[in-house]
Structure formats: C-alpha cells, structure tokens
Design a protein around this ligand. Structure first.
Ligand SMILES: N[C@@H](CCC(=O)N[C@@H](CS)C(=O)NCC(=O)O)C(=O)O
Length: 201
C-alpha cells in the first residue's frame, strides 16, 4: 500500500492508523501547492480532487476521504479493535464521530489556514469551533477516548485535526479535558513515529 501525504495535514490520521496496525506501507510525499508527488508525478492523476490523503492499494485502486480510509484500514485487522465490527451499533456510533470530526472540526478549522480570510470572518469561525470544543469537552468527561475506554480511529482523526490549534494560536488548555486527551494520545508509539517521520521527511 502507498499513502500519499503532506506534512501537517489530515493525512497524518491514516498515517498513524497504518502504524497502529503495523501494516506494510510506503509513504509518498505530495507538494500540496504544485500538486506534484516527491517522485515527480502529477498528483491530480492519482486523486483528481487534488488533496491528501489518498491510499493506493496493491491492486492499484485508489481510496480517498480520510474517514473512509481509516475505516478500510481498521477493517484489515479487526482484532486490533480500532473500529467496531461493521454493521454493529457501535460502528454507527464511530461513524457518527468521524462525520462530526470531518464536517465540524476538520472543515470548521481548515479555513483558518487561509491567510486571505479577514480577521473578523475568522473570529466567527473560531467562535463556532469553540462551541464544538465545549461539546467535545463535555463528551470526554469521565471517558478516556471518544468511544469510552477503547481507542479508535476517531481518536486518531480528532488528535490530528486538534493538533492544528497550535497554528491558529488557539490554546487547548482552555479545555483541560481536551488537552489531557491530546497528551494521552501523543504518547502512543505509533503517533510519535508518524510525527517524527513526517517532521524529518
Ligand atoms: N474531504 C477530504 C478533505 C481532505 C483535505 O482537506 N485535505 C487537505 C489537507 S488537510 C489538502 O490536501 N488540501 C489541499 C487542497 O485542497 O488543495 C478528507 O476528509 O479526506
């Protein structure tokens, strides 16, 4: 398998999942501005949508969209337990979380990267994002992870997108349960090795 990724982006989520599952994979870096891969290919021929992450399977199929990729990967090794069994109620709960993270936290914060967005517009989006953080903080009360005591792909995804707060000067310590949750996930060996590899690559 090949994971097309760009550092400091949402592709960190499937990257961590690949390491959590100890699957064999190759990383291919993508320049998100030029849309060229590190080995000189036009990334748009791999993902015409032009964004990471994209997963290339050994038979050449390409899978995009972070929530779909992490569920596909988790199902390759169900015994690791990063996603409940497909079709179960718990799996639907996981999908509810993945959808919340992608539409409310990922999409809700990605536009803060846009340097041409006026500050007053950004503050409207920050306020909305903070309401979502309040909700997450309530949900994590008494829980180790989003799904309870079991670490899942939803935690990997949330860890990835909350990690962008440092770029927006948002202090996650204002939500102590969220910052403790981030610290907990940050200590995982798979998380550390993904972060180190991306920082050095
Ligand atoms: N809906 C996609 C969004 C992926 C996405 O936003 N990728 C960003 C990085 S976090 C990207 O590569 N953006 C470059 C671009 O859109 O040109 C998903 O959830 O996987």
């Amino acid at each position: 398998m090949k994971l097309y990724y760009a550092p400091d982006t949402c592709s960190l989520s499937p990257h961590i999942v690949l390491r959590e599952l100890e699957l064999e994979f190759e990383l291919v870096k993508v320049n998100n501005r030029s849309k060229l891969t590190a080995d000189g290919r036009d990334f748009l021929t791999i993902n015409p949508k032009g964004y990471v992450a994209a997963l290339e399977l050994d038979d050449g199929k390409i899978l995009t969209e972070g929530p779909a990729i992490v569920q596909y990967l988790a199902d390759l090794k169900p015994e690791i337990g990063l996603a409940p069994r497909a079709g179960s109620w718990e799996r639907v709960r996981l999908q509810e979380w993945l959808n919340f993270i992608t539409s409310e936290i990922h999409a809700g914060s990605a536009l803060l990267f846009n340097p041409s967005l006026p500050e007053d517009v950004k503050s409207i989006y920050r306020e909305k994002l903070f309401r979502r953080f309040n909700y997450l903080q309530d949900q994590l009360n008494g829980k180790t992870y989003l799904m309870g005591s079991t670490f899942s792909v939803a935690d990997v995804y949330l860890f990835t997108v909350l990690g962008w707060c440092k770029f927006f000067s948002i202090d996650l310590n204002c939500w102590p349960l969220l910052s403790a949750y981030m610290a907990r996930i940050n200590t995982r060996p798979a998380v550390q090795s993904a972060l180190l590899t991306e920082a050095s690559g």
